[in-house]
Structures are given as C-alpha cells and as structure tokens.
Ligand binder design. Structure first.
Ligand SMILES: [Zn+2]
Ligand SMILES: [Zn+2]
Length: 285
C-alpha cells in the first residue's frame, strides 16, 4: 500500500472522531425522546446500559461490518492495516466495555459486599481513570506529531485511519469560507447595532416626499374631520376603531394614528399629506 496515497490529514482524522461522538449523541437524543413516555427515572437508572447498547449497535453496523466508523465513512476513510474480525471485537470491548465499566464502577465496587475490597477497587478504578487520561493526552501529543492513531484504542490495536477516496481526491479543508463567514457575521452584528438607531418611519416619509407625484395639499389642514357610516381609516382602510383625527378631514383608528405619530412625530396623513407635527395632537372625534 502506498502510504502517501492513503494519507489523511490530522484535522480530518480528528473530525471523524468528533463525528462519531456526535452520532452517539444524536441517537441518545432520540432515545431520550422515546423515553419521555416511560416511567420517571427510567432513563437515569439504565443510562450506562442504554449507552452501551447504542454504541454496540453503531459498532455492529460500522466497524464490524465495513471496518470503519460512521464518522470515518462520512469523510471517506476506513481503518487500514490488518483489521480483522478479532481485532474488531477487541475494538468493541475497548471502546464500549471500558466506558460501561467506568459508568458502572460505583455499582461494581459495591457489589463485592466486602468493604475493604470495595475501597481497594475504588482506588484501583480512580487510578485506572487517571492513567487512561494521561495516556490519552500522550497519545494526542504523539498523534499531532506523527499524524497516526487519533485515539488511544487505535494506537493500542494498531489501527490507522486511511483514505478510501481515489488518490488526489482527499478531503482538503479550506478555511476561506470561514473568513467570509466571519466578515458576514461582523457585518450583521453591525447592522443589528445600527438599524435600531434609524427611524424607519421618518426615512420612509422623507423618501416618499421626494417622489415627483407627491403633492402637498396643506390647504386641507384644519378642516373638520368628516365621519360618516362609510368612513374608512386613512391608515388601515378599515372601519375606524375608536375614531380619532389629527387636524385634517380624515379619520383614523386611535391605534393606527397613535402608533404612527409615536413612531414618527411628523407623521403625514397618507391621503392628504397633512402633518400636525405634534405627537400630542391626536384628537378624539
Ligand atoms: Zn386604522
Ligand atoms: Zn388627511
């Protein structure tokens, strides 16, 4: 095998590990949704068993079947080298078994029934945990240097993730889109800050007044408001609710007029262009 051709970059290998964890989380979320209808506390009591079962199912359909985890398959990788059935089973034991033992360590130590033995086992478990943490850290450091074996289990079993994509089509990670993303993010944050400072209503009024067909007919101002059965609100064109006016002959709903005048002090009547220019001038009929 040409190792150069099957080389996978470190970031892709780590991505695959992350994806595997995410897949477990997604399934776990689904199980939690289903368990909503079970008796209270069911999920908490059997959490380690459910985790182990989920991981076992995932293992059964990924590593045991096609010699690659789902995360690796998503990134067109698999376990290279001599992964056979025995090694796949050992892989399951190390990834699922140790996790299960860790989650149930409390029950396991208590089940011995002997207090001093239980204490000794507890100490052993905590030392084992520390050892595994340190080994994981060492493995990560060596992985960053060598680019092989992203997890401790991979190293113990000698399983190296390799690419299954045709040569030259390996997944390369480009960061140009991230820069663009950051720029857009910054721009949108600026807009979120700036837009509330602009009075949209007054900008709209000023723009409309620039339009050539807009003729001001101020002469209509200070006429008596005309209110008949057929009168419609000048703003919403419905029968006015709690009819009010602001000086011209047109009638508004109280809410339409008050809201518009509050938003823009120089609110103009949409029908005649009259503006009271005074937020207090909302007169009941
Ligand atoms: Zn109205
Ligand atoms: Zn009017």
């Amino acid at each position: 095998m040409n190792s150069k051709e099957h080389y996978v970059s470190r970031v892709t290998q780590l991505d695959a590990v992350e994806l595997d964890d995410e897949i477990v989380n997604i399934l776990k979320h689904q199980v939690a949704n289903v368990a909503k209808f079970m008796p209270f506390g069911f999920l908490g009591r059997y959490d380690p068993e459910i985790n182990a079962a989920l991981r076992f199912v995932i293992w059964k359909f990924s590593v045991a079947k096609v010699y690659g985890t789902f995360g690796q398959q998503l990134l067109s990788m698999k376990y290279g080298g001599d992964l056979n059935k025995n090694k796949a089973e050992l892989f399951a034991l190390l990834t699922i078994g140790t996790r299960y033992l860790k989650e149930r360590s409390h029950e396991v130590t208590n089940a011995t029934g002997n207090f001093s033995l239980a204490q000794k086992m507890k100490l052993m478990f905590s030392w084992a945990e520390i050892f595994i943490h340190v080994a994981n850290l060492m493995n990560l450091l060596i992985f960053l240097r060598e680019g092989k074996y992203p997890t401790l289990v991979d190293r113990v079993l000698g399983l190296q993730p390799v690419s299954v994509a045709p040569p030259g089509q390996n997944r390369a990670v480009g960061y140009s889109y991230m820069t663009r993303e950051l720029l857009w993010h910054g721009f949108i944050e600026f807009l979120i800050f700036a837009i509330p400072l602009i009075n949209y209503h007054s900008v709209k009024r000023k723009l409309f007044n620039l339009m050539p067909w807009k003729k001001k007919r101020k002469d209509i101002a200070h006429r008596r408001a005309v209110y008949t059965l057929n009168t419609k609100c000048a703003a919403c064109n419905e029968h006015p609710v709690i009819p009010h006016h602001m000086g011209c002959s047109h009638v508004f709903c109280f809410y339409c007029l008050k809201a518009n005048v509050l938003a823009d002090e120089k609110y103009e009547c949409p029908l005649c262009g009259f503006s009271a220019g005074d937020a207090t001038l909302v007169i009941p009929l």
